[in-house]
Design a binder for this molecule. Structure first.
Ligand SMILES: [Zn+2]
Length: 381
């Protein structure tokens, strides 16, 4: 969409085309709406010969929100994802980075990520974002979500004030509602109507804005309906594990050779368990029968070990998190965390230079572990 001025700027009705294109892409709640708006735009402005638009249309299933927003992307759009990945490696690698240096810098990027998350998790446990309403649902999310995800939830809850719901009809166990939202675009206000399906028996709720499916956060429309119906608690399926503050994310378990974290007991144990499971997996892979037996056994183990997982995971954070086992200074003064405000170029030079200087000191230790960690990268990826 950033290429619109370049690709369509030569048309006389450029401004109108730009608006029509934006409306078709961003305002279409369903694929049918998108198809209809797109076709109207092409017809009205005689854009039949524009190859760029034809190409965009051919690939519509991969980028137009109406097609992709019922798939979970953790809220990332294509450009946001690219920005996110660039940001992840920004300051660590550049076009001249060798493969060998890349691996070292990958570790540094990972270390910073782990440190940042540990600090964020620590704050989520240590401090609580206050509720803005007296709804029990808000308390439910406040208890389990990280502070930043809870704030995202609160943002939706706040926007609920611009919505009101209307009962439309009942079809068996399913109730159909419409939620009208008063939105402001520039100086203009307009009402947008969203359809919501609610199955009270199964407690399933689906809104046509697909906010939950796309971002993993219940939308203002659903919250409007649930609070109106005085629902006190949402089922666990609407509380995503990934946003919980007591979740250890995958990269926390990867052993790295960077200083300060390599002896994390959790990572060490995880590494040891992976090696042990590898042998078991080799034995299980011999035949379908042994594979099925092993899968069943692992399933039982999962049940056995998940019984107290919430409590034990929280304990892991408190007792064995790499950043706060008696080293409070690391938490209170996170010097290793990158600042978003500094110019990328400056950041790049500083990071690379600094890491290169540290490289020599680490080299001896890394040699010993290099082979193992490379395997871990691929496992992680
Ligand atoms: Zn919605």
């Amino acid at each position: 969409m950033k290429k619109i001025p370049e690709k369509l700027g030569r048309y006389e009705a450029y401004e109108d085309i730009k608006t029509a294109l934006g409306n078709a892409v961003y305002d279409s709640l369903t694929t049918e709406e998108f198809e209809s708006s797109w076709q109207n735009m092409v017809d009205q402005y005689l854009l039949y010969d524009n190859e760029w638009l034809q190409e965009l249309y051919r690939n519509r299933h991969h980028w137009v929100p109406a097609y992709v927003k019922d798939t979970f992307w953790a809220g990332m759009s294509t450009t946001q994802r690219s920005e996110s990945m660039n940001s992840f490696f920004d300051g660590y690698v550049n076009s001249k980075t060798t493969l060998r240096l890349f691996i070292e810098q990958y570790e540094n990027a990972l270390r910073d990520k782990v440190e940042k998350e540990n600090i964020a998790d620590f704050h989520s446990f240590k401090s609580t974002v206050p509720c803005i309403t007296h709804y029990d649902i808000e308390k439910q999310f406040q208890l389990v979500y990280t502070n930043s995800k809870f704030q995202e939830f609160q943002k939706e809850l706040t926007r609920k004030m611009y919505c009101y719901s209307t009962f439309i009809k009942r079809e068996g166990a399913i109730e159909v509602y419409q939620v009208t939202e008063d939105i402001k675009i520039g100086d203009k206000r307009k009402d947008i109507v969203y359809g919501i399906l609610l199955n009270e028996e199964e407690f399933e709720v689906k809104c046509y804005c697909h906010h939950f499916e796309f971002r993993g956060i219940l939308c203002r429309h659903v919250l409007c309906l649930l609070t109106q119906k005085k629902v006190k608690e949402v089922p666990l399926r609407y509380i995503l594990e990934r946003w919980k503050k007591n979740i250890k994310r995958k990269h926390n378990f990867i052993r790295c050779t960077y200083s300060g974290m390599e002896d994390t007991p959790v990572a060490k144990r995880f590494d040891m368990l992976c090696n042990t499971f590898y042998e078991v997996a080799k034995a299980g892979a011999i035949s379908d029968e042994s594979c099925n037996v092993l899968v069943e056994a692992i399933h039982n183990l999962k049940i056995q070990f998940s019984t107290n997982s919430d409590n034990s995971t929280r304990d892991l954070h408190v007792q064995e998190g790499p950043s706060w086992d008696g080293k409070n200074k690391t938490i209170l003064n996170p010097v290793a965390v990158r600042s978003r405000g500094r110019p990328p170029t400056l950041r790049k030079e500083n990071k690379v230079d600094r890491k290169s200087r540290e490289k020599m000191a680490r080299e001896k230790r890394q040699k010993r572990k290099k082979k193992k960690t490379i395997l871990r990268y691929f496992f992680f990826v």
